[in-house]
Design a protein around this ligand. Structure first.
Ligand code: FES
Ligand code: FE
Length: 378
């Protein structure tokens, strides 16, 4: 096998990037353990004791708001014999208690109690046996990011000005609320999801409703640097009322499908705000956790519309979401075809176009994503 960073170039991706367990194992170390990762949104953790459990790469974690309101990301593994200390998906707790021998931990990961501690002839040091906390946790516009690397560059720098400007636009106020959640799995590589989110070439063909309405045409595919990218376009899918369509068209509202490298996708089309987290399960298996978000100031009608759109449009059974899941599995099955002459796949669409003249259907943002992938896989 080539060195990992030689498995993609500016215009190509080698199939093994999707099919090789060796590449996948290297990604877990070189990407997932080193860069900033989406861990959730503050709206999921409204009060002290609010928590959720998830995976960052292959690492089980608890994302929790501690007693003083701070955010922690703790490895979900008991310091006694390693079992999960929290098996619930989400909720509110005063402490985490391991089911095996009932050691208990505080919301900040401190070991609070060892059951029958007198049984230890050589006493254990509670202070050294807290849950391991990820060294870096920061938020931007309420979006929670964490890193396993104490040396990771500051989050603001990782996001960069271009990506931040798009996030500022979508999350213009801080009264965000969670109004829906969809979780689903597909039999395909984890990178298929983010690269598809910023692939403006496919909607006309894979999602035929988009082709029929011609609503996805005027816009750009932009490389936002550091691996992030966005498709930005005007008024895509029609709103329910003609009045609103006019409003959207005249105020020039921008719709976006955006990726923050490596595991965050944000789709904002008309009323719909969908924050998706990519969870790799194996080189050929992935879980997506998709939040529908809104604002507490929304009218009941607007809230209903935002929630419905997750189910009807972008969710796993929605008119666009279901197509994409079919595609992820068809792509992964197709990748198995393996002859030396067909090893390299093409991402050159629009390559060489002058900056500022990018087309919505160019593969500009996908190339940017893999540039960051290459940098980290060196
Ligand atoms: Fe958690 Fe024993 S493994 S208390
Ligand atoms: Fe799609």
């Amino acid at each position: 096998m080539n060195a990992f960073d030689q498995l993609t170039t500016e215009s190509t991706i080698h199939r093994s990037v999707y099919t090789s367990p060796t590449v996948y194992a290297a990604e877990l170390e070189q990407i997932w353990k080193r860069t900033w990762l989406l861990a959730g949104h503050e709206a999921e953790l409204p009060a002290p004791g609010s928590f959720k459990t998830t995976l960052l790469g292959d690492q089980p974690v608890i994302v929790v708001r501690d007693q003083s309101g701070g955010l922690r990301v703790l490895l979900n593994s008991c310091r006694h014999r390693g079992a999960l200390v929290c098996r619930d998906k989400a909720g509110t707790k005063a402490r985490f208690q391991c089911l095996y021998h009932a050691w208990s931990y505080g919301l900040d990961g401190t070991l609070l109690g060892i059951t029958d501690a007198a049984g230890y002839v050589t006493p254990l040091s509670k202070a050294d046996l807290g849950l391991w906390a990820l060294p870096r946790v920061e938020t931007y516009r309420g979006i929670i990011f964490a890193s396993f690397d104490p040396e990771a560059r500051p989050l603001l720098e990782h996001l960069g000005p271009a990506a931040r400007a798009h996030l500022d636009d979508v999350f213009s106020t801080d009264d965000i609320e969670v109004i829906g959640l969809a979780e689903y799995e597909y039999r395909g590589n984890w990178k298929l999801h983010p690269e598809n989110t910023i692939d403006g070439y496919h909607p006309r063909f894979l999602h035929r409703i988009v082709g029929q309405t011609g609503s996805f045409s005027v816009g750009q595919a932009l490389d936002l640097e550091r691996g992030h990218g966005v498709l930005a376009w005007k008024n895509a899918l029609k709103s329910p009322s003609a009045e609103e369509n006019t409003a959207v068209a005249t105020n020039g509202r921008i719709n976006r499908a955006m990726v923050v490298f490596p595991n965050m996708a944000l789709v904002n089309i008309n009323d719909f705000i969908n924050l998706r987290m990519v969870i790799p399960l194996a080189h050929d298996r992935t879980q997506i956790s998709a939040l529908a978000l809104g604002f507490r100031s929304d009218s009941p009608e607007l809230r209903r519309r935002r929630a419905t759109q997750l189910a009807a449009f972008q969710g796993p059974a929605g008119i666009a979401g279901a197509d994409d899941v079919e595609l992820f599995e068809a792509a992964q099955e197709g990748f198995a075809a393996n002859a030396p002459a067909i090893g390299w796949l093409d991402i050159s669409r629009g390559l060489g176009r002058a900056p500022g003249t990018e087309d919505l259907e160019d593969e500009t943002a996908v190339r940017g994503y893999y540039r960051e992938w290459r940098r980290l896989m060196q």
